[in-house]
Design a protein around this ligand. Structure first.
Ligand code: TXA
Ligand code: MG
Length: 542
């Protein structure tokens, strides 16, 4: 079959895609998650061809894509109230809801189930094609079954050229992992596949939401699964994937110890340099905290390994929070759910602006048995005792060492408002603090402390986030934070305000931290929020 290449930029190409679909053909279509392989969802014969082109198991149902709420009603038996609410918040977008199906859905789509998954994508080209076709579109991801889903038209071409009628090129997919599949027939609603809409977003709208066991582990032979697709080997490059969990620094070290000739590495951006040696294939999939980048890059990276002679892929596992939950699920599936822990303890970072209450959070964790380390204190101790650091500071900042002691006042004045000096200071001090904290973490772990909390004001700026399995960010209203700085440090209001203004704002923490706690004042409330955020199914071991 000759596969046509069409452009989503051209109206006539979109029209042609619609025409092919109406005639019962197959077109690969861009969506915001991954490319879909579409056919007319109301035409059983057309849908059959999808299974042939993909080599898809016959018992794995397809998602039906719609472009408006009016299209939903005829396809399903009823629309539960909670589904209506969720549609209002998340559609169009990367969410698939499972409903009881109506007679309009052919058995080829639902593969014998009495339910159907429906999604309203938000990619303009996907919506335009559904409208041009004039029918709902059944579309699984446009990859050969078992391979990573395609996030570019080129990926689709690799798998589907010659097997389908057309590929509509709409550029790179923005989300990069598939939609979240939520069973709305179940009560409480059940996540069958984590995806572009996070569990936290669903909970904010629905309250209680549960996560199906199939998300965490492979089903046992013969076990009945709610999401048929979850039982198959998926997302797998040709080479086996060995996945290392834990804090980025710990997993990088574990990978270094396990590396053999011929291995490739899939790592966080921070570690690309450490693993590159001119011969080895080293691919990164974003900074360790950047779940959006990881989602965008993961499938592309897994596919890229197939163009290399790598015998094994040693990979750093992402933090399974927010969008990272979906990324973690995909890479674990690629690794057959084998996740090697990199340490026998966990380290949680606590950070936030001055006066936000991060020390209160550390204290709360200590009350429930965690050992804590204060990075500021360690820094001050190093300035007093670490001769080699003191000598290097004396060289870089003449005058800051008097009678063998570092004057923090002089140092502060030297770097105040001077980017280059501050960078020099950080380049000297951060590695020393990192080294000392790693040493203390190891000592504490050997003494039997398996749960450690790191209290660090400039956690990301210092790179100490890399020592953490995950990070709690504490935020507070600026006025409250200023009050706390004044009463704690005895400084004037203007100085407290200036200090706070020079620190990152709430969105900085919201983007990076795995758990965000908003401190409104009382310790009791903070305790409750912390307990809820750290409940067992949120823990990194999943
Ligand atoms: O983002 C996405 O969802 C992409 C784009 C193209 O929309 N589509 C996609 O489809 O990922 P597919 O077929 O690769 O994955 C659909 C998943 C499978 O795990 C399937 O088993 C599950 O959804 N699913 C579909 N219908 C279902 C149903 N009625 N009950 C339970 N699970 C269902
Ligand atoms: Mg798929």
């Amino acid at each position: 079959m000759n596969t046509l290449f069409l452009s989503a930029q051209k109206q006539e190409d979109v029209e042609q895609a619609g025409e092919i679909l109406r005639r019962g053909g197959l077109v690969a279509v861009p969506t915001e998650t991954v490319y879909g392989l579409a056919a007319n969802a109301l035409d059983g014969e057309a849908v059959k061809k999808i299974f042939e082109a993909k080599g898809r198991p016959q018992d794995n149902p397809l998602i039906v894509h719609i472009s408006s709420m009016e299209e939903l009603e005829p396809l399903v038996e009823t629309v539960p109230e909670k589904a209506r609410l969720l549609a209002k918040h998340c559609w169009p977008g990367p969410l698939t809801m499972i409903f009881k199906k109506s007679d309009k859905i052919p058995r080829e789509v639902s593969t014998g189930l009495d339910t159907v998954g429906i999604r309203m994508p938000c990619h303009p080209a996907a919506l335009a094609v559904i409208r041009a076709a004039g029918v709902p579109l059944a579309a699984p991801s446009a990859n050969t079954s078992g391979k990573p889903s395609p996030t570019t038209a080129q990926h689709v071409k690799e798998d589907m050229q010659g097997k389908i009628d057309a590929i509509l090129d709409g550029g790179e997919c923005a989300v990069g992992v598939e939609s979240t599949v939520v069973d709305m027939v179940a009560d409480p609603p059940r996540i069958l596949r984590p995806g572009g809409i996070t569990r936290e977003q669903l909970q904010a709208v629905l309250g209680e939401v549960v996560v199906d066991q199939a998300v965490y582990s492979e089903p046992k032979p013969g076990e009945k699964v709610r999401a048929p697709g979850m039982k198959y080997r998926h997302y797998a490059p040709q080479a086996p994937v060995l996945l290392f969990g834990g804090a980025p620094e710990a997993s990088a070290e574990a990978i270094s110890h396990s590396l053999q000739p011929g291995d490739g590495v899939l790592c966080f951006e921070e570690y690309r340099g450490r693993f590159s040696n001119g011969r080895r294939t080293v691919l990164s999939y974003g900074l360790s905290w950047d779940k959006q980048a990881q989602a965008q890059e993961l499938f592309s990276a897994l596919r890229a390994f197939d163009h290399t002679p790598c015998k094994r892929i040693l990979a750093q596992a992402p933090r399974p929070f927010g969008e990272g939950f979906a990324v973690s699920n995909r890479i674990k599936k690629a690794a057959g759910f084998h996740l090697q822990p990199s340490a026998d303890y966990i380290v949680v970072g606590v950070t936030g602006s001055s006066g936000s209450g991060k020390s209160t959070v550390s204290a709360l964790l200590r009350e429930s048995g965690w050992a804590s380390l204060d990075a500021d204190l360690v820094y001050h101790q190093l300035l007093e005792n670490d001769r080699s650091l003191i000598n290097r500071l004396a060289d870089a900042f003449p005058g800051c060492v008097q009678n063998g002691k570092v004057s923090r006042e002089v140092l502060g004045e030297d770097v105040f408002g001077d980017e280059a000096s501050l960078e020099t200071l950080n380049a000297l001090t951060h590695p020393s603090v990192m080294r000392e904290l790693r040493r203390r973490i190891r000592v504490l772990a050997e003494m039997g402390c398996k749960k450690l909390v790191l209290d660090v004001p400039l956690l990301y700026q210092s790179g100490l986030d890399r020592l953490c399995d995950y990070v709690i960010g504490v935020t507070a209203e600026p006025e409250r934070a200023i009050d706390r700085i004044i009463s704690r440090d005895g400084v004037a209001v203007e100085k407290a305000r200036r200090r706070l203004m020079n620190q990152p704002q709430e969105d900085y923490y919201a983007q990076r931290c795995e758990i965000l706690l908003h401190n409104t004042g009382t310790k009791e409330e903070l305790r409750e929020k912390l307990a809820a955020a750290m409940r067992p199914d949120h823990a990194p071991a999943e």
